[in-house]
Write a protein that binds this ligand. Structure first.
Ligand code: ADP
Length: 193
């Protein structure tokens, strides 16, 4: 059962935690932790490119570039997800910590805004920047949850946000941060409160 919480303030969207391979999710959009050149790579990026098929590389080449903290969209091709939103997280240590947090939050904001602009209702995020890009997991979880909660208030079309962990440790940290945040009585285990 996923951990789940309403985003609050009258917004009916849910934020869920789920552990597994994001490429298997049949949601409106999965988010890719891409690089600036959109050229594929290791980690979740490689997994998404392998599962979506070579058409994804062609689509990414046409777009060509995405700035750090911004997002672009392609079809999902062979994925069960309809779309892939590619966002580029900050490399930990490449700028000061506050700037890193701003850029990471911007990845979540920009991805949700793009999803809403396409009328999408459900979106799944990997833990952006916590792999090769080296972001501390707890700090990334805190930024992600706060950014999603804030962004949901501005994007009413989004009904469901899934924060995906690949590793059990990330899932545990997300749960702890979710409980520690001001989700208060709205927090529920195994369903919506
Ligand atoms: P970044 O370069 O942004 O750090 P990575 O792909 O290296 O991106 O890692 C981002 C996160 O995605 C890490 O927490 C990693 O464990 C996770 N991850 C890797 N493969 C998958 C997958 N198939 N599904 C979901 N998450 C994944």
């Amino acid at each position: 059962m996923p951990l789940s919480a309403h985003s609050g303030k009258g917004c009916m969207a849910s934020i869920e935690l789920w552990q597994g391979d994001i490429t298997t999710l049949a949601v409106d959009a999965i988010v890719n932790a891409a690089n600036n050149g959109l050229r594929g790579g290791g980690g979740v990026d490689g997994a998404i490119h392998r599962a979506a098929g070579p058409e994804l590389d062609s689509a990414c080449r046409k777009i060509g570039w995405c700035a750090t903290g911004q997002a672009v969209i392609t079809p999902g091709f062979r994925l069960p997800a309809k779309y892939i939103i590619h966002t580029v997280g900050p490399v930990w240590g490449a700028q000061d910590e506050a700037t890193s947090d701003t850029l990471l939050a911007s990845c979540y904001h920009a991805s949700l805004a793009l999803a809403a602009a396409h009328g999408l209702g459900s979106i799944a995020f990997p833990a952006i920047s916590t792999g090769v890009y080296g972001y501390p997991m707890r700090r990334a979880a805190f930024v992600a949850l706060n950014a999603v909660r804030a962004a949901l208030a501005e994007v009413p079309s989004i009904e469901r946000v899934i924060l995906v962990s690949y590793q059990p440790e990330m899932q545990r940290i997300y749960g702890e941060v979710m409980r520690g945040l001001d989700l208060g009585e709205r927090y529920a285990t195994g369903g919506r409160s």
